[in-house]
Design a protein around this ligand. Structure first.
Ligand SMILES: NC(=O)c1ccc[n+]([C@@H]2O[C@H](COP(=O)([O-])OP(=O)(O)OC[C@H]3O[C@@H](n4cnc5c(N)ncnc54)[C@H](O)[C@@H]3O)[C@@H](O)[C@H]2O)c1
Length: 301
């Protein structure tokens, strides 16, 4: 079993929960982060912090496991620097894969349900190739992640790198920044201030939301396996955005109303992972239903 791990993006939402879980396993953990959207305060004290931008060539410490999570993930963050987002997914992933190869480490690359774009197949299985607008504003994230997957599989084929790809569907929980523009932290921040919850479009678009502790278990199961993937990790419980807004108002005991604002460009209409592959290959499935997860988030944020 691996004793030393590197988590790129370890100061962010998912990365910091992964650092916690690896430290709990008794591993020596290094977090590599440029703190563009993450905070050093998110990282547990036992973790070695390295301030670095993965877009630049880098040297990782000896490790048997690399979890590559560095990338802006919220739409306002990745749209703020379109070229930078493509560089992080492209050059950044290349640098990390090269380092994992030099170290002989297993590497798990964080991909996303966004590789499916606005899906024409529902629910989404890993065999679906996606429906992405390659030149729309969101393409800087979606195509960077698709390129990252292509690169991971090229390293596997050409260099025999032990790499696995996880396609993460919307995940939520404590430590999401209230200002980062993603749906749940935005709803929670609005509900806490008794301000109207802003639903994009008519709110009938669906999302499937996974609580962070379930996601962390899935990523670690992938790390422990020798699987290449890609493997979907997400919660197949599908709800409308309007329903999510109503539940947030309920769990926070807020007086907020719901208002509708303009739909987002290329916003997917429907999202639901098929997690059969994760169940069969990793013995993983999510355990925390949305209502319970929202109550946990309300308690801890
Ligand atoms: N949270 C989700 O629902 C979700 C869904 C799909 C995929 N993902 C993927 O998981 C990963 C983490 O997402 P998150 O939700 O924790 O986002 P986040 O913004 O909270 O974390 C990203 C972290 O990466 C760091 N980072 C960004 N660019 C960097 C660079 N060039 N060099 C070094 N560090 C850099 C940030 O400072 C931050 O700490 C991302 O790769 C994201 O694409 C997340």
């Amino acid at each position: 079993m691996a004793e030393r791990a590197v988590v790129t993006g370890g100061a962010g939402f998912l990365g910091s929960h992964l650092c916690d879980a690896l430290v709990e396993r008794g591993m020596r953990v290094t977090c590599v982060d440029d703190f563009s959207t993450g905070e050093p305060a998110n990282v547990p004290p036992a973790v070695d912090l390295v301030h670095a931008d993965v877009r630049e060539p880098l040297r990782l410490p000896p490790s048997e496991l690399v979890l590559h999570f560095a990338c802006p993930a919220s739409p306002p963050a990745y749209l703020a620097s379109p070229v930078g987002t493509l560089e992080t997914g492209g050059f950044g992933t290349h640098h990390v894969l090269e380092e994992a190869r030099r170290l002989g480490a297993r590497v798990v690359v964080a991909s996303t349900s966004e590789v499916y774009g606005d899906p024409l197949e529902h629910p989404q299985r890993e065999t679906y190739w996606g429906n992405v607008n390659p030149i729309g504003p969101r393409s800087v994230y979606d195509e960077a992640k698709r390129f990252g997957e292509a690169l991971a599989f090229a390293f596997r084929r050409e260099h025999g790198l032990d790499v696995g790809v996880v396609r993460i569907f919307n995940t939520y929980g404590p430590r999401m920044k209230s200002s980062d523009g993603r749906m749940l932290p935005t709803f929670f921040a609005q509900a806490r201030k008794n301000e109207p919850l802003t639903v994009h479009g008519d709110g009938t678009q669906t999302r499937s939301l996974c609580y962070v502790s379930d996601l962390v278990r899935g990523v670690l199961a992938m790390a422990d396996s020798g699987e290449a993937g890609p493997v979907n990790l997400g919660n197949p419980e599908e709800v409308t955005v309007l329903e999510v807004a109503k539940q947030v108002i309920e769990v926070t005991g807020s007086d907020s109303e719901i208002v509708h604002v303009g739909a987002m460009t290329d916003d997917p209409r429907r999202r639901r992972p098929d997690v059969t592959r994760a169940r069969e290959l990793l013995g993983w499935e999510p355990q925390i239903p949305l209502e319970r997860g929202l109550r946990l988030m309300a308690r801890e944020t």
